[in-house]
Write a protein that binds this ligand. Structure first.
Ligand code: MLT
Length: 274
């Protein structure tokens, strides 16, 4: 059973999420990446609902969710997510974030550590953008401003998947492409600006009082294993999985494995004995 949640805050006139599973079960919130919406978790969230209360928002600016003004920061989104959980009576949750969702997860861990039972970092990194990355994002913003949204999406999306998956599952890439093209220019620009401005959060890891899960794609060009693996011994407790034949999108490339790993981590994080 899927339930729709809607809250309103000063920054977020509409924050919409889907809820799966028993509301009293241990909670997991799954934050999608860029440029996607909550539908990214379609093969993961309903399956985890047998044992968990799974909350899947559309991040502000995506789907029905909105933000006030032209800009939104990673920290503001993390705060909106905390308000969403509190609205549901959830005091602690596993915060699962894919890529940009992971950046939000790190900010959440810094701002609201008492609400985190575990942080699941899925193809993401606690490092800030380097200058080259920022320059690339600024170029993309210019392209989008000049009406090049579709060209931008068409160029950035396919390389997120491992080569083998891309050739064997063109329909999955097409579904994601269609979803991405729905995201408004203003949101794409606001998200890229938020990512440029985000802080490095390696300290959040070294001071973490919660366990951290790392899901890494061996063929991920955006969050490559050689960069992310360096971060996987900073927190006290780290669950590390590296998937072979996987790019940046394990929730679509290897959903069964991902469900199994999140389940194991969330069970540990919640102190459950299943
Ligand atoms: C994502 O997958 O969320 C983004 O592409 C992350 C990024 O651009 O850093």
């Amino acid at each position: 059973m899927e339930k729709r949640i809607l809250i309103t805050t000063a920054k977020f006139p509409k924050l919409v999420a889907r809820q799966y599973g028993h509301p009293q079960a241990p909670a997991i919130i799954l934050l999608h990446g860029f440029p996607a919406d909550g539908g990214l978790w379609r093969e993961v969230a309903p399956v985890l609902a047998d044992a968990f209360n799974v909350i899947v928002p559309d991040l502000p600016g995506v789907g029905e969710s909105t933000f006030a003004g032209d800009e939104v920061s990673i920290e503001e989104i993390a705060t909106g997510m905390a308000m969403l959980l509190k609205d549901q009576g959830i005091e602690k949750a596993v915060i699962g974030g894919h890529s940009m969702g992971g950046y939000i997860g790190f900010a959440f861990g810094e701002l609201f550590p008492e609400m985190v039972s575990g942080l699941s970092v899925i193809h993401s990194s606690a490092k800030a953008d380097d200058e080259e990355k920022k320059a690339g994002r600024r170029k993309a913003i210019e392209l989008i401003r000049k009406g090049g949204r579709e060209a931008f999406i068409n160029a950035m999306l396919p390389p997120l998947f491992a080569d083998g998956f891309r050739s064997s599952h063109p329909e999955v890439i097409e579904t994601q492409r269609k979803q991405a093209i729905e995201v408004a220019d203003q949101t794409l620009i606001a998200f890229y600006t938020a990512m440029i401005n985000r802080s490095e959060r390696l300290n959040t890891l070294s001071h973490a009082t919660f366990p951290v899960q790392w899901v890494i794609g061996a063929d991920d060009k955006l969050a490559p294993p050689e960069k992310v693996l360096q971060q996987t011994s900073l927190a006290n407790v780290n669950f590390v999985s590296v998937y072979k034949n996987c790019g940046h999108m394990s929730m679509l490339e290897h959903p069964h494995q991902l469900v199994q790993d999140i389940r194991q981590f969330a069970t540990y994080a919640n102190g459950l004995n299943r």
